[in-house]
Structure formats: structure tokens, C-alpha cells
Ligand binder design. Structure first.
Ligand SMILES: N[C@@H](CCC(=O)N[C@@H](CS)C(=O)NCC(=O)O)C(=O)O
Length: 241
């Protein structure tokens, strides 16, 4: 993928230095991430929910040394990626990372329900936010920074239509609490950044009032509010339409 496009979720020099996210003494978890990346925010929400100690390793795709160092860790070059140094395990993929944290570093917020049927529903719903909200949103946004002559207007039109359909389905489904009722879980971790960025593409208030209220609740949740605050210095790099 061309460098310019790779920087779609993330660009600009790091504001944080590695180590500034140190929050405990016996840290075994290292997160390769960028504060502006929606998939990374999904994992940050999970980490902040349970005040799980970790070291943040900020990857700047615009910086050759930073990018190459990350590619040595995870050659496909997508973040977030978690390294559990205590168990010498590398855990890529946001959904898998959250499930791993739930199992190995549990805290007051449980991300997957214990009941297998509810866990299946939670997995499906969080995949829905990833695949039908985030990915379509990303398609629209990343097209804005493609090199001249490499745009994909038809693909963007399709992605917008699919995003609108997904938002309509969420609007029909969402209640007045969290995604699956009274307990905040993995679905809310996925929904928070997905809807925050989707709102920049298709403003929710116009046709999706319940979803807009859900996004307000998510944005007020301390874990996501913190992730948003940490993304603020980078928001100038977000390609607006
Ligand atoms: N399925 C992955 C998606 C991760 C993803 O798309 N990350 C973006 C940043 S938001 C990325 O690394 N993009 C760079 C690239 O695809 O080259 C997950 O859930 O972790």
C-alpha cells in the first residue's frame, strides 16, 4: 500500500514519547498503537476501563524508522498489536486483544459475557461495528488522501451507502443503555470509535437520533473520553471532506 494511503488513520509526528503511558510498576503489556487510530482506540477503551497497566509504543507510519521497527514486530503493518512480555505472546487484531485482556488481565469491566449465547451475540455485534461501520467509514475517509488520479469514487459511493444501511440497522436496534443492556462490554468498545468517526462522515443527529444519544453516552464514558482527549493533538491530521 502506498505510504500516503497507509497514513490514513494516522499521520503526524508523535506527541507522546514511548513510556508516557506507563501506569504501573510490573508492566508486561506493550501496545503498538496510535492515538488517532479508531481500531487502537477500541483497545485503549478496554485497557482504560480496567486501568490495566501497559506501555504504549506509538507507531508513526509517516516516520520511516518507526514504521520499519513496527513492521519487524508485525509485518502486515496494521495496528493495534499487543505484546505480552510475561508470556512472550504477540496478540494482533483488536477483537482478539480485548478477548485476551478479558481472559488474562480481568478487571471490573467484563468484555465478553460468560453465557456462551450472549458471548456469541457480543462477538457478532462488535464485528458488525468493525466490518460495517469502521471499514466503510475508513473507505470514505482514506480516499481523501489517495494520490491524485488514484481515487475510487464508485467504491466510496458504495461504502457511504453501506455505512448508511449499517447506521439504520443500529438505530433500529440500539436501546437507551449500552449496546447489550446495562453492562458495558466489547461491543461498546468497538462502537465508541466506530460511531465517533462515522458521525464525521454521516452526521448522526439528522436521521439517527438514538444512535447519536448512544454516542453521547459513549463519549462521556471516562475510558473513551480519555482516548478522545489523547487523540486531540492529532485530529488536525484527520482528512475531512
Ligand atoms: N482488523 C484489524 C484492523 C486494524 C486496522 O485497520 N488498523 C488501521 C489503523 S485504524 C491500520 O493499521 N491501517 C494501516 C494499514 O492498513 O496499512 C483490527 O481489528 O485490529
Amino acid at each position: 500500500m502506498p505510504q500516503k494511503q497507509r497514513a490514513s488513520c494516522v499521520s503526524g509526528p508523535p506527541v507522546f514519547k514511548i513510556g508516557e503511558f506507563l501506569t504501573g510498576v510490573s508492566m508486561t503489556l506493550r501496545l503498538y498503537f496510535h492515538p488517532l487510530s479508531s481500531f487502537c482506540q477500541k483497545v485503549l477503551v478496554a485497557l482504560y476501563e480496567n486501568s490495566t497497566p501497559f506501555t504504549g509504543d506509538l507507531v508513526d507510519f509517516g516516520d520511516t524508522a518507526s514504521r520499519e521497527a513496527f513492521l519487524k514486530v508485525w509485518p502486515v503493518g496494521q495496528f493495534p498489536v499487543l505484546r505480552d512480555e510475561a508470556h512472550d505472546r504477540l496478540v494482533p487484531e483488536s477483537s482478539v486483544i480485548i478477548e485476551y485482556l478479558d481472559r488474562h488481565y480481568p478487571g471490573p469491566t467484563t468484555f465478553l459475557p460468560a453465557d456462551p449465547d450472549l458471548a456469541r451475540q457480543a462477538r457478532f455485534r462488535e464485528r458488525f461495528f468493525d466490518l460495517h461501520v469502521q471499514q466503510n467509514m475508513q473507505k470514505v475517509v482514506t480516499d481523501r488522501i489517495r494520490p491524485a488520479g488514484k481515487n475510487d469514487p464508485f467504491g466510496v459511493e458504495q461504502a457511504r451507502a453501506k455505512l448508511a444501511t449499517a447506521l439504520d440497522m443500529i438505530e433500529d436496534d440500539i436501546g437507551e443503555a449500552w449496546a447489550m443492556g446495562q453492562a458495558f462490554n466489547v461491543v461498546d468498545c468497538a462502537a465508541a470509535p466506530a460511531l465517533w468517526y462515522a458521525d464525521k462522515v454521516i452526521p448522526l443527529a439528522a436521521a439517527h437520533p438514538k444512535t447519536a444519544r448512544y454516542l453521547e453516552r459513549l463519549s462521556a464514558r471516562p475510558s473513551f473520553a480519555r482516548a478522545l482527549k489523547e487523540a486531540e493533538p492529532y485530529l488536525k491530521n484527520f482528512p475531512r471532506g
